[in-house]
Design a protein around this ligand. Structure first.
Ligand code: NAD
Length: 290
């Protein structure tokens, strides 16, 4: 069993980004700038935002954190996004999800300029990505692709099963790995909560690569996968003890795997690194550097 070390891979990507930024700054340009919007003080969101801001600094980026109380009106949030859309000093913007229930999340995502949508959630970017066109690719899915690429895990022609169909993870990774991209060309099955258990097991037991994003600790057990599988665990679940675990029963399943991601230190780190790549691209687009 070999570990797909997201921390190591992310550090390498971030170091490469900071070298590119240093070249641009030496040439007289300003630094790339990411703006993060955080509504409320949901503990996991606070921790994700902190990690994004810290990684901006390691990448040589400027960052701004805009905070709103849990009770913010949707209109106020939309007005702020419009202001950021028009601000030439910000290259990329993220609205940390989830938002409080009284706010229409999709409306907020749709209000972000596609040119600054570094999360890759705007329908324009999602559509372009699905069509195989140039786009900001959804960060977690893109991070998974970069991790597979970094460790040269064979993907082309492989049978990949994705468990979970969220718009932010399952759906985009299933499209990206089946597309004819720089990473992709796999044969992908997308499964979800309505997939009958027997069908799910038939698929996962034959899969060369299993990607799980369901949010259920210990969901993937050794009987569900074949020897030599590559297992990508997207889950981030906080147990009552405070421990963070993924969706895979890691200790039991790892011995069967050729490759496996740890939690923490796997996909989570790659999501942040992919956001940095997208921000650098937004910046380079802004200055016509690509
Ligand atoms: P979600 O929570 O929105 O939805 C869960 C998905 O799992 C649904 O599509 C559902 O159909 C599927 N599902 C539930 N039970 C199932 C079953 N028995 N069989 C098959 N499918 C089933 O999904 P999400 O937002 O992608 O989050 C999933 C997990 O990934 C969570 O733990 C979340 O915290 C984590 N996450 C991690 C990152 C990261 O950067 N590592 C990013 C996003 C989400």
């Amino acid at each position: 069993m070999k570990l797909l070390d997201g921390k190591l891979c992310a550090e390498s990507l971030v170091a490469d980004i900071s070298r590119q930024v240093a070249v641009h700054v030496a040439a007289g340009l300003r630094k790339p700038h990411m703006t993060v919007i955080l509504v409320g003080n949901h503990a996991p969101s606070e921790s994700y935002v902190k990690s994004k801001i810290t990684t901006c600094s390691l990448s040589g980026f400027d960052s701004s954190l805009v905070r709103f109380p849990e009770t913010v009106y949707e209109q106020e949030l939309l007005a702020k996004i419009e202001e950021i859309n028009l601000d030439p000093s910000t290259d990329g913007v993220i609205v940390q999800l989830p938002l409080p229930a009284h706010i229409d999340q999709q409306k907020v995502i749709n209000s972000i300029s596609p040119d600054k949508d570094i999360d890759g959630f705007h329908p324009t970017n999602f559509g372009r990505m699905a069509l195989g066109q140039k786009a900001f690719r959804p960060a977690t899915a893109y991070g998974i692709c970069k991790l597979l690429q970094f460790y040269q895990v064979p993907v082309v022609g492989k049978h990949c099963v994705v468990i979970g169909r969220s718009n932010i993870v399952g759906k985009p990774i299933s499209i990206m790995l089946s597309n004819d991209f720089d990473i992709g060309n796999a044969t992908v099955t997308l499964t979800h909560i309505e997939t009958p258990r027997e069908l799910l097991l038939d698929e996962t037991r034959r899969a060369d690569i299993v990607i799980v994003a369901v949010g259920i600790p210990g969901f993937v057990t050794p009987d569900m996968v074949k020897e030599g599988v590559t297992l990508i665990d997207v889950g981030i679940n906080r147990l009552e003890s405070g421990k963070i675990v993924g969706d895979v029963a890691f200790d039991a399943v790892a011995p069967k795997c050729a490759w496996i991601t740890p939690v923490p230190g796997g996909v989570g780190r790659m999501t942040v690194a992919a956001l940095m790549i997208n921000t650098l691209i937004a910046y380079q687009n802004n200055f016509n550097l690509v």
